[in-house]
Ligand binder design. Structure first.
Ligand SMILES: *Cc1c(COP(=O)(O)O)cnc(C)c1O
Length: 286
């Protein structure tokens, strides 16, 4: 794999660099590519099955489906019961993952938690359980590879700070640990800062160069908000498309709360935009 390229964009009069991890692959891009790096580089015959669980719009689900297709591994994905509308969607991550061969299993909502906890008992030497969102220790290596690319490419740019949005916080945490000489900004897109820190602490001790920016407004994850769409659009017209779930809140926090030269690590997720934009339209927000 070649290093992903760097783009420059000017936003509100400020210069930003963007590490284009979105360009790595249409389905297996962004931080999901980095987090699955270790598995991707494991010989095909080491495993035959990957199991995971979570939401049906998840970018991690699509990335796992694309990886398993490449590796010729079976992919079983567990979710709660789907609504009829979700089942009939013809585009978006869910439809796409099914086309890539994902075997989807719905679990009754009442038993879901218990069932997910029991999955761990079913792993064997040929089966790997990837926790929701790819929040696993194995993600560390892929982020060290990203860190090395950043070091090489930054010799010409001289940025001292990086930024990437957080769900589980796995990406931001391992990136900050791999690059102690940089400030790494992130912001919680799911839940608040306390919840984000809790999830990070489960993986490793949070280093002092990791800066968690507290959002000035509270947003519900994956709900359409006019102002988030406006940020998405103002970036899109500059030539880079970002995802609608995570990136807008990160950019908003950077514009409001920082002033140095920053390299934004594109976290991918653009494949989910089509169905998100349809929801914005349906709500009359665009
Ligand atoms: C999964 C995802 C994130 C969150 O990554 P974490 O490592 O869970 O914090 C951010 N942005 C996009 C586009 C994602 O798909």
């Amino acid at each position: 794999m070649q290093n992903s390229p760097i783009s420059k964009i000017i936003l509100e009069g400020r210069e930003f660099f963007v590490k284009r991890d979105d360009l790595i692959d249409p389905c297996l891009a962004g931080n999901k590519y980095r987090k699955l790096y270790t598995l991707l580089n494991t010989p095909n015959n080491t495993y035959n099955t990957i199991i995971s669980y979570g939401g049906t719009q998840s970018n991690a689900m699509l990335a796992l489906a694309a990886m398993c297709r490449k590796k010729k591994w079976k992919f079983i994905y567990y979710t709660k019961k789907l609504s009829a509308t979700q089942k009939n969607e013809h585009e978006g991550n869910y439809a796409h993952a099914l086309k890539l061969g994902m075997q989807h299993v719905e679990i009754e909502n009442d038993y879901y938690k218990e069932f997910i906890a029991s999955l761990r008992l079913h792993v064997n030497e040929k089966t790997v359980l990837v926790d929701q969102g790819g929040a696993v220790q194995e993600a560390k290596k892929g982020l060290e590879v990203l860190a090395q690319e950043i070091r090489e490419q930054n010799t010409a740019l001289h940025v001292t700070a990086l930024a990437t949005p957080s769900g589980t916080g796995t990406t931001a945490l391992f990136l900050a640990l791999a690059l102690p000489e940089y400030r790494v900004y992130t912001t919680p897109c799911i839940g608040d800062s306390a919840y984000l820190k809790e999830q990070m602490n489960a993986l490793a001790e949070i280093p002092s160069n990791l800066m968690i920016l507290e959002p000035k407004q509270k947003y519900h994850f994956a709900k359409p908000y006019k102002e988030l769409y406006e940020i998405y659009k103002s970036l899109h017209v500059k030539g880079v498309e970002f995802d609608l779930l995570y990136a807008p809140a990160m950019w908003q926090a950077l514009l409001e709360q920082t002033n140095e030269k920053i390299m934004y690590i594109h976290s991918g997720g653009v494949s989910g935009n089509k169905s998100m934009l349809a929801r914005y339209k349906k709500k009359g927000l665009i």
